[in-house]
Design a protein around this ligand. Structure first.
Ligand code: MSP
Length: 520
């Protein structure tokens, strides 16, 4: 694999990040970190979507300029991703000058080649979706099904993009590439939506929406959010209509674009059509993840249950985000909705990270110190009955990642931890020591520690801090690529002293912090 380019959706900045936004960025970061273990050139893009009527109105209501609102809130997203160890390569803002310039070029090119045309139009506009809705998609009461708000009747002369021209090609692409839309069950939804697709508005009258990128040569129109927002995936790499950068040539097409199920239509219909019009290849996969609910209900400002990701870290006094990352990524299979609840969070991470994985390492190293003063002797090395399962798990995890089954891969790692725990239970090294079967006892411990290196490596994308603490105590190089891992990772000689053994994850036993402290 020569390169791996992956992107997230770019978030609207009319508010602060919540754990739904965080879920997506964590998932993508986990995928990115996994592929750094398989390839040297991973490029991970995220950012913020800053134009449009919603931002304009929110800023006006706060008595500040849209740019001030964007600056303030974009920083909150960056801060949150830092706290969650989301290690992106680039953070793009759609108000970046070079992005704006290239979007103008893209628009101009499509206009000149006849894919964009001017047309007078009356339609139903939903500000929440930032798009015109088809009357047949509204609820019985005439509301937007996603935002439960009445769309506004908008009559304007706009520029339109000839989406209908690309309909057949998109249907063919989806049918010819069953793994283009992940999970596959969503492809049918998209095919149905494509059936009655119409040309789409790609600009708004400046008199109505001022906060947007100007259409070159037309003072009265600004470029409408979706063509602006979607283009970020190529402008960030330095695409330009005339002279695309080396970076762009190296990384495009994206290997995977991670988005929420609510914006699948834009990514699997509009975006492929724009790319086809620009004569560019389509991304290999669009991964549509499910939504995160809180205590089984939809997160919403009106319900007052919107949770910020950093407040979860604070309320549980977590020194790093690993437990939250692990929980979010394994709470539900990728394409399905997941749920966050404080109790479930506490229970799962205590069970998986503290009791099973953390304790296993701690107990094994403690025995090595107790019986052998922390020294690994050459006679402790030999055939490892856990090797087959451990090496097999690497292959299974890789396969899950190739199918973007991030939760399933996480559970596979837990299953290796369980099997290793069972091995310790069955071989009872403490009994072997009591019976003075010291070589056998040492062999069991080293067999476990060899597998712990594999576990550290596999858990790294989910829990980079825990993995690094594990690797340190095992004198194992976490940068080892997955394909270079063997079942023989522990070196002979003194491995560790008593004072250097430290638990990699402490149980969350404290009383749950006042939940209201977490509400935004
Ligand atoms: N700005 C557009 C995306 C443009 S991409 C070219 C947008 N922004 S958003 O802020 O509303 O959503 C950003 C991402 O967060 C989307 O992928 C969306 O699905 C995701 N989520 C928003 N709320 C969510 C949950 N409650 N749960 C999981 N993901 C959620 O759409």
């Amino acid at each position: 694999m020569e390169k791996f380019y992956l992107t997230t959706a770019i978030d609207y900045v009319n508010g602060a990040p919540h754990i739904g936004h965080a879920y997506e960025k964590i998932l993508t970061d986990i995928i990115a970190r996994h592929y750094t273990q398989r390839c040297d050139n991973v490029y991970f893009l995220t950012g913020t979507d800053e134009h449009g009527i919603k931002i304009q109105k929110t800023a006006a209501a706060k008595g500040i300029t849209p740019k001030e609102l964007c600056d303030e809130n974009a920083q909150k997203f960056k801060d949150a991703w830092k706290a969650l160890d989301v290690d992106y390569t680039k953070f793009i803002r759609t108000t970046d000058e070079d992005h704006e310039k290239i979007v103008q070029h893209i628009f101009d090119k499509l206009l000149k080649q006849g894919d964009i045309y001017k047309h007078s139009y009356e339609g139903l506009y939903c500000q929440g979706c930032e798009c015109f809705l088809n009357p047949k998609d509204l609820t019985e009461d005439g509301l937007c099904p996603d935002h439960l708000k009445k769309p506004e009747v908008v009559k304007e002369e706009n520029y339109f993009f000839k989406l209908t021209k690309y309909k057949d090609a998109i249907i063919k692409h989806i049918k010819d590439h069953p793994d283009f839309i992940v999970p596959e069950f969503r492809a049918n939804e998209v095919i149905n939506q494509l059936e009655d697709i119409q040309d789409i508005s790609v600009s708004r009258a400046k008199s109505n929406v001022e906060w947007g990128i100007d259409v070159l040569g037309d003072d009265e129109q600004s470029i409408y959010v979706w063509i602006d927002a979607l283009s970020n995936y190529i402008t960030a790499l330095g695409y330009d209509t005339e002279n695309p950068s080396e970076n762009f040539k190296k990384y495009w097409p994206a290997n995977v674009q991670v988005i929420g199920k609510d914006i699948l239509k834009f990514h699997s219909i509009y975006w492929p059509a724009f790319l086809m019009a620009l004569d560019l290849p389509l991304p290999k996969h669009i991964l549509a993840h499910g939504w995160i609910t809180i205590d089984e209900s939809k997160m919403s400002k009106s319900l007052g249950n919107v949770i910020s990701p950093t407040s979860v870290l604070e309320s549980f006094n977590l020194e790093h985000p690993d437990a939250f990352r692990y929980y979010m990524a394994t709470s539900a299979p990728c394409g399905r909705d997941g749920n966050y609840s404080d109790d479930d969070f506490k229970e799962k991470v205590n069970a998986h990270l503290a009791n099973s994985m953390g304790n296993l390492l701690n107990r094994t190293l403690s025995m090595l110190v107790k019986y052998f003063d922390g020294e690994v002797k050459p006679e402790f090395k030999g055939e490892n009955p856990l090797a087959k399962k451990a090496l097999g798990t690497i292959q299974i995890v890789k396969k899950h990642f190739d199918n973007f089954e991030i939760a399933e891969a996480g559970l596979e790692i837990t299953s290796l931890v369980d099997a290793t725990n069972k091995y310790v239970q069955d071989t009872a090294p403490w009994t072997l020591a009591k019976e003075e079967k010291m070589t056998e006892c040492g062999q069991v411990l080293v067999n476990v520690l060899d597998v712990m290196c594999i576990i550290a490596s596999l858990i790294y994308p989910y829990c980079p801090n825990i993995a690094s603490d594990m690797a340190k105590q095992l004198s194992f190089d976490l940068k080892t690529k997955l394909d270079d891992l063997t079942a023989d990772n522990i070196k002979c000689g003194k491995l560790i002293s008593k004072e250097d053994i430290k638990p990699v994850f402490l149980r969350l036993d404290s009383e749950l912090a006042d939940k209201s402290a977490k509400k935004q």
